[in-house]
Design a protein around this ligand. Structure first.
Ligand code: URA
Length: 273
């Protein structure tokens, strides 16, 4: 069976944007993991997207897979879109091209003109496309990115349904390893997501698949996370890099070693030997 893969950077404006991305003179190496390179997007750049998702910044899975939102946050978003009947007509960009390093890097640079102007060069062609009906921002920095864009395009912004939802891994980061805290934060997040789903479900007129809205429960259930489609990834990406199993972790005895090291492990169920 032939494989599908993403070929979308071969035509403009994406070709030019990928040739001319901002480097460490715009994204300081003290606050961004510029050494892992920029990760630009995931999803349809061919004008067929009906939903645009704005995430925050790439993590270790994205640094290796070279597409955004493919790790745990991405699997959760994929499941969120599936509840809206959106299986392929989406496109995702992050607020930041590079992974944020440290607690405050994102906050510190959220309004930097070089970061905002390059990001708006992606958001303009994506959001001015009249096929897009809804925009979803994951977390406060993504919301900030959308607000910065909408201030430049107020007429178009007024036509778009917009929901700022809790970032999918906020319960994990804010819960600090405490299971009860993570469970409580997840429950609150899913209430927030259910409210957004109601608005978005009404706003998306022609989904890929008409689906009655089924809200989340108070915790994630099997099937709520959805694997990343093959068509979103570079050619030859192994299936386990799109699966719901985590396969990349940062590792190192010092902060510098950890920043320099991502350990990749083929999940047990993908070992064909
Ligand atoms: N979280 C995001 O917001 N974006 C990514 O690419 C990965 C995790």
């Amino acid at each position: 069976m032939p494989h599908e893969f993403d070929t979308s950077y071969a035509t403009d404006p994406w070709l030019t944007l990928c040739k001319n991305y901002p480097d460490s003179s715009v994204y300081p190496a003290a606050d961004f993991r510029v050494e892992w390179g920029p990760v630009f997007h995931r999803g349809r750049l061919d004008g067929t997207a009906r939903v645009v998702v704005i995430g925050q910044d790439p993590g270790q899975h994205e640094s290796i897979g070279r597409r955004i939102l493919i790790g745990e946050a991405g699997q959760r978003v994929q499941g969120f879109l599936a509840r809206l009947g959106i299986d392929k007509s989406y496109v995702m960009v992050n607020a930041f091209l590079y992974s944020v390093y440290g607690q405050s890097g994102g906050q510190k640079h959220k309004d930097d003109p070089g970061i905002v102007s390059y990001r708006n060069q992606w958001l303009d062609p994506l959001l001015l496309n009249k096929k897009v009906q809804a925009v979803i921002a994951l977390g406060a920095l993504a919301d900030r990115a959308y607000q910065a864009w909408s201030a430049t395009q107020p007429v178009r912004a007024g036509q778009l349904a917009y929901q700022h939802i809790t970032h999918p891994t906020q319960p994990i980061s804010a819960g600090k390893g405490k299971p009860a805290a993570i469970a409580a934060l997840t429950k609150t997040m899913l209430q927030n997501w259910n409210a957004a789903l109601t608005q978005l479900h009404a706003a998306i007129k022609n989904p890929d698949r008409v689906r009655a809205l089924v809200p989340y429960g108070s915790s994630f259930k099997p099937g709520d996370d959805v694997a990343i489609p093959e068509m979103d990834m570079p050619a030859g990406t192994p299936a386990w890099m799109r699966s719901v199993d985590a396969w990349a972790t940062r590792s190192g005895a010092t902060a510098a070693a950890k920043r320099a090291t991502v350990v990749i492990t083929v999940p047990k169920n993908a070992r064909e030997w």
